[in-house]
Structures are given as structure tokens and as C-alpha cells.
Unconditional design. Structure first.
Length: 442
């Protein structure tokens, strides 16, 4: 169970991580140079990409810090007693010279006990209720009796131990994307579908048909060849993901913590569906075109001789993205496949993959972030340049709304809780995606 101490420790870790990211931003900023001396600042493409990625991560860490602080306030609120301590009130009464019997003494000396004793303790279903002398008109102790020659007592009070929430936050594909927002209800852009590179060395003079110059009047100046670029326009819809839960108002009133649990489950349900859509959306009508259904993505099938090491197959798929001139920065795979990668050993029994645990339990392999999620089919994986070749946009962030103004909700006394979000996925460089299939072990 999470405690305030755990949250404070988490906030310190996040703050340290944010300081590291901020220092990195400062380092990159210092690389910006004025090459003309006229205020024209220049930064390399790699540095700009690194700066954008680091800034996005810093924003996410800052948001996490703010959320953790809100969580800490809630934990402190729940830890506060709902009423003054009974022990403190007893001490005040004793200080005023008032003496009270113990619970058993009060029961044995009560009229209810005398009545039960005179009847041989054979009163079926009788309930004895009496004042103990403490806090009269405020609190009573109840004893339930069964037929027979003895009593069954129910001393003390019931304690609500709550409901244990899921301990582990599932991996989410969206974690690989930088945070981007939009106010539009439709995305569109240009997608490059081909590039034929015909660049060559151009001689100063050559024959009309391209042969070596002969040194006479028929020679012409060299002509650069023409390369070919192919583009196609594309559109991507902004889609809504949503679901609802019905809860009776009395249930919410009697167990206030239940609302928070339901809200979190509504949000997690949306995130699980979001992962499925990002990966396998059909693209029909108002549906997202999932990364596995984007035309132009590269396919990779593991080699039989590599079947023993799935980590090796991930590295080979990354090479395909690199050869397409994109730097892969993330991998999505099934938890079973990730388990096999983490437990790969060499002939001496030593583990081959060292997982880097950083903020949020970040996992990496071959310098790429890893998200292990049950949303992807086991035996397959996705290697991609997230945030560059493919971009995820938030039109409306996840929200949970409550209302009784629907159907018979008001008449029947239930509340409708609705979780929803609106997102869009744009893929303008499909060649940066590598759709992988692990080789099976013979």
C-alpha cells in the first residue's frame, strides 16, 4: 500500500530527474551558434531532435511531480482522524475525577445481563443494548445472543480495510510518443512514398550522350542527372474513445474511495483500448489507422539462426530503420517476449541484457525504450522512430464525467460515470516503422 513516505521519495526522485533533464536542455542550448555573425542562430538536426525529445520528457516529469503532490495531499487528508481520539477523551474524563467501569464490568452489571441470566441465557435472537457510561447519547455497545447456555459476544467495531488496487501500471504505447496537442478535428499532411537517388559526379565537359569528353567542338558541358521524389497526401481523423459505468448514488456516498477507484479503472480501460487502436486500428471510417496497418511500413522476420536470441532480432530490425535514415527510439513487444529477452543468458549462465531502470522504471534495449504490453500480439514487435515518423496528437485529454441527467438515472438513483478522450495518429514517414516477427525456436 502506498504511503506518504513513498510518495515523498517518489517526488524527490522525479525532482532529481527533472534537474538532469534541465541540465541536458541547457547543454544543448549552448550548442546553438551564430555562424554568420548577424544573429542567424544555427543548430544541428540531431541536436534539435534531442532538444525536442528532452523537453517533452521534462514536461512529462514536471506533470508527474504535480500529480504526485496532489496524491500526497489526498493521502494526508485520508490519514487525518475523522473524530477526536477516544483515548484522549477518556483522559479528559478521568482528569475530571470521573471513573468508568471496563466494558466487561459494565456488561455484567447491566440490567440486560441480569434479565438474560434469569432466563438461563436461552433468549433466541435477543440483542442487548446498553450505555457503558462513556459518552452517553453518543456511542453504545451491542451484544448479540444465541439460544443455548452461553452468549456470543460481538465486542468492538468493524474496520473498513478498503480495496487493494492494482499495484503495477501497465506499459502504454503512448509513453513512446512526445506529448503533442491539437485543436483540429482532422489531421492531414504529405507522406513521402519514394526517393530514387541518381546523384553522381558531373564532369566539366562530356560527349552529348554522356561519354568522356573528346576535346573537340562536339563536347558539351556536363549535366547533372535528375533524382525522383514521390509524395502523396493523407488525412487522419481525430477519434473519440469512451465507455461508461453505472453506480448507485448510495454506494458512492457510503464508500467515497470507490469513486477514485472507478475513475482510475475508467482511465486505464481507455488507455488499454488506446494501445490497441494505435497498433491495430482498422482505419475504416472514423477509426485510427494503426501502425501495423500503415502502407509503406517495413517488414522484418527473424532469421532461423537468430531464434535463440530475441534481443538480436530487435537489433537487426533497428538496422532496417537506420538504413531508411531514421533513428529508432522505441520498441513495443508482448510481456512474454520481453521476459525471454530479459532472461537471455550466455554459455556461462550470465544474463546478456542489462536493463536500465530510471524514472518510472524505464526499460531500454539497444538504446531504445521498451514498452511491454498485452495489447500487441505475442511473437510480434514494433521498432520505430516515435514522435518523428509517427506522431500522436491529443485533442481532448482523458476525462471522467458524472451525471444523473440521462435515461432513468435520476428516478432510479444511480450516477453515470463516463470516461473519454479524443486522439489522432499521423504517420508521414511509414518507412521509419519496422513491423517485426520473431523467429521461432526449432
Amino acid at each position: 500500500m502506498t504511503t506518504a513516505s513513498d510518495i515523498n521519495k517518489r517526488i524527490k526522485e522525479l525532482t532529481s530527474a527533472l534537474e538532469t533533464k534541465t541540465a541536458r536542455l541547457n547543454d544543448i542550448s549552448n550548442t546553438v551558434t551564430d555562424e554568420t555573425g548577424k544573429g542567424h542562430m544555427v543548430i544541428s538536426t540531431e541536436a534539435h531532435a534531442d532538444y525536442t525529445k528532452t523537453l517533452g520528457e521534462a514536461k512529462q516529469i514536471r506533470k508527474l511531480i504535480e500529480e504526485q503532490k496532489e496524491h500526497l495531499d489526498l493521502e494526508r487528508f485520508l490519514d487525518e482522524p475523522n473524530e477526536p481520539s477516544y483515548a484522549a477523551r477518556d483522559a479528559v474524563q478521568v482528569a475530571h475525577g470521573k471513573q468508568y467501569k471496563s466494558l466487561s464490568e459494565a456488561f455484567l452489571g447491566s440490567d440486560a445481563y441480569s434479565e438474560m441470566k434469569s432466563g438461563g441465557f436461552r433468549q433466541l435472537g435477543q440483542v442487548a443494548e446498553f450505555d457503558q457510561g462513556l459518552y452517553s447519547f453518543e456511542r453504545k455497545d451491542i451484544f448479540s445472543l444465541s439460544a443455548g447456555t452461553h452468549t456470543t459476544t460481538a465486542f468492538g467495531e468493524a474496520e473498513n480495510v478498503g480495496l487493494a488496487e492494482r499495484q503495477r501500471r501497465p506499459g502504454r504505447v503512448r509513453d513512446l510518443f512526445p506529448s503533442e496537442r491539437t485543436q483540429a478535428n482532422m489531421l492531414y499532411g504529405i507522406r513521402q512514398t519514394g526517393f530514387v537517388n541518381n546523384a553522381r559526379q558531373v564532369p566539366e565537359r562530356e560527349q552529348p550522350n554522356g561519354g568522356p569528353a573528346l576535346g573537340n567542338d562536339t563536347d558539351v558541358f556536363g549535366k547533372a542527372p535528375k533524382s525522383k521524389l514521390s509524395f502523396v497526401a493523407y488525412t487522419a481523423p481525430i477519434v473519440e474513445l469512451a465507455h461508461i459505468v453505472h453506480v448507485h448514488k448510495n454506494t458512492l456516498a457510503d464508500e467515497s474511495r470507490l469513486r477514485g477507484i472507478i475513475d482510475r479503472d475508467l482511465v486505464d480501460g481507455l488507455k488499454l483500448k488506446e494501445d490497441e487502436e494505435i497498433l491495430y486500428g482498422s482505419g475504416n471510417g472514423d477509426s485510427i489507422t494503426g501502425l501495423f496497418n500503415v502502407q509503406g511500413a517495413q517488414d522484418y522476420t527473424g532469421l532461423p539462426e537468430d531464434a535463440k536470441y530475441k534481443s538480436l532480432q530487435l537489433r537487426r530490425s533497428a538496422t532496417m530503420a537506420i538504413l531508411a535514415f531514421f533513428e529508432p527510439n522505441g520498441v513495443v513487444l508482448h510481456p512474454f517476449d520481453w521476459e525471454e529477452i530479459e532472461t537471455e543468458r550466455d554459455e556461462n549462465g550470465q544474463y546478456l541484457i542489462a536493463v536500465s531502470i530510471a524514472v518510472g522504471g524505464e526499460k531500454r534495449v539497444w538504446r531504445m525504450r521498451v514498452v511491454d504490453t498485452a495489447a500487441i500480439n505475442q511473437g510480434t514487435f514494433l521498432t520505430a522512430s516515435f514522435g518523428y515518423g509517427a506522431k500522436l496528437f491529443d485533442r481532448e485529454s482523458v476525462s471522467v464525467q458524472a451525471s444523473t441527467e440521462t435515461g432513468e438515472a435520476f428516478e432510479r438513483g444511480y450516477v453515470v460515470l463516463r470516461g473519454s478522450e479524443r486522439i489522432g495518429l499521423a504517420v508521414d514517414r511509414p518507412e521509419s516503422l519496422v513491423l517485426g516477427q520473431f523467429a521461432t525456436t526449432p
